[in-house]
Design a protein around this ligand. Structure first.
Ligand SMILES: [Zn+2]
Length: 290
């Protein structure tokens, strides 16, 4: 038997159903080292092994074979009734029948093996694709979470930056107010509630600036704020600014100017309800006269 004939028998070799002369010829051919037959035989065996794994209960190859054989066309290899009437042709007929049957078996096994390979590969690809998809969507979700966290962090930083910018701007105003030729300074002295506090108000009408700087004020309790007052000879206390100090007790605050034409008697800081009041109601923390 030559290479082509033996190649056709490889599916049967994979199933272990070759015998006699065919089995011996196959063994000899493979022993000679035919790479093509070797590779094809391996592919058939792997496909059968895969089917044995994927189909529960289908382990040994003879079981697989029975399944495949049951799918062979019922009439495959059967001779026509008329032939059986002629004994002279019976022997030749029988040989032909075996040949036809063998051809059918080979074709059916090859087709089944191809279908199995396709089935196993398709299953693997489907699994891989869905694994990749699951992996990707998990990664996308993680990136989304990270992006939201970064955005929140950026918001925090921007708020901090805005506060710092405001402080720098007010500090600049304080410097300008203090350095201006018409600057009027009011030193604020501490009172009983905060003996170590200190404050300074700089008023420069020429630059339309009034700036307060304080240190050592306690953090106001919830719902409370500090309020700065101008105390005039005619108008009495007039609301000037509302503020909350930093955790360190400092604050630099831009304020309204004292009422125009008013004789300023003093400036003071009291603790008031958040949002401020029109006339002082709470304890006085700092007070000073021009
Ligand atoms: Zn070969």
């Amino acid at each position: 038997m030559d290479h082509d004939q033996l190649k056709d028998l490889l599916p049967l070799e994979a199933l272990g159903t070759l015998d006699g002369e065919e089995a011996r010829a196959m063994a000899a051919h493979l022993a000679e080292g035919c790479d093509e037959c070797e590779a094809e035989l391996r592919a058939f065996r792997e496909a059968l092994a895969a089917m044995a794994i994927s189909a529960a209960g289908a382990g040994p190859s003879d079981q697989i074979w029975r399944r495949l054989e049951s799918r062979l066309p019922a009439g495959a290899g059967a001779a026509s009734p008329s032939m059986q009437d002629r004994p002279a042709e019976r022997t030749r007929d029988r040989a032909a029948r075996i040949g036809v049957s063998r051809t059918w078996r080979v074709a059916a096994v090859a087709a089944a093996a191809a279908a199995i390979v396709l089935f196993v590969m398709t299953g693997n690809y489907a699994n891989q694709i869905s694994a990749i998809r699951a992996d990707d969507s998990a990664r996308i979700a993680a990136l989304g979470r990270q992006a939201r966290e970064l955005a929140a962090e950026l918001d925090d930083r921007n708020r901090d930056l805005a506060v710092l910018r405001g402080q720098i701007a007010v500090s600049g105003q304080l410097t300008q107010a203090v350095l201006a030729p018409d600057a009027r300074m009011i030193r604020l002295a501490p009172l009983a509630p905060a003996p170590s506090a200190a404050g300074l108000v700089a008023v420069t009408p020429s630059q339309n600036h009034a700036v307060l700087q304080v240190a050592g004020l306690p953090t106001p309790p919830p719902g409370k704020e500090y309020e700065l007052w101008w105390i005039g000879a005619k108008s009495g206390p007039v609301k000037a600014a509302l503020f909350a100090p930093t955790a360190q007790g400092d604050a630099t605050v831009a304020s309204t100017l004292p009422p125009a034409g008013e004789q300023l008697l003093a400036s003071a800081i009291t603790l008031e309800p958040a949002g401020g009041v029109d006339k002082p109601t709470g304890a006085m923390y700092l007070k000073g006269a021009p």
